[in-house]
Write a protein that binds this ligand. Sequence first.
Ligand code: GDP
Length: 194
Amino acid sequence: MNIVMFEIKSAKFLKGAIGGEGLPQDALPQVAFVGRSNVGKSSVINTLVGMKDLAISSSTPGRTLQLNFFLINEDTYFVDLPGYGYSKQSLKFAEKMRKMIMWYLEQNEKKPKKVILIIDGNVGPTKFDLEMMELLQENKYKIIVVANKMDKVKNSELSKKKKGIIEKLQTENIIYFSAKTKKGKFELLEKIFD
Ligand code: GDP
């Protein structure tokens, strides 16, 4: 059997873009990461690249209201979109972020090759997650759902939780992940780069 382990050999923060300003102009493929604030989006990205603090948590002010581009293996962009649906955000701020996300996913000429939708596997898909899933489906994206924080799910509840996620999202294309234990890391890398 031929086992190929995907590996990220280099990763660097390239730039933050606001709207169309500052987007990379080259043709390298883009892989976008979306998710509600606090689902662990930055932790998932950091786990994939094997670095502690490449992507910055959405609870830290700074790079939040922009599209953050990371150059991976010199040939792919990971694009970290702003987190959405955080109750502590002001409505105006939340609306600004929503507009930015929608613009990138719907109007941008350089559409991402794949979109990684990160949800909290312990909480399950929320209304915001379902709205995002619908938007991605309408735009015919290749979607990979990552159910993060699976380390928080008790063994006795595992199959029930998985069933609930599949039923709500209407897909079985889900990677059960934990940024804490690194569970699912290679499975996700394989799906991203296949
Ligand atoms: P972001 O806002 O989506 O970028 O979320 P962060 O990556 O900042 O994570 C939010 C919080 O969830 C932090 O306290 C993380 O330590 C925690 N977290 C992230 N991933 C996991 C995970 O897989 N398991 C557990 N138990 N906690 C996690």
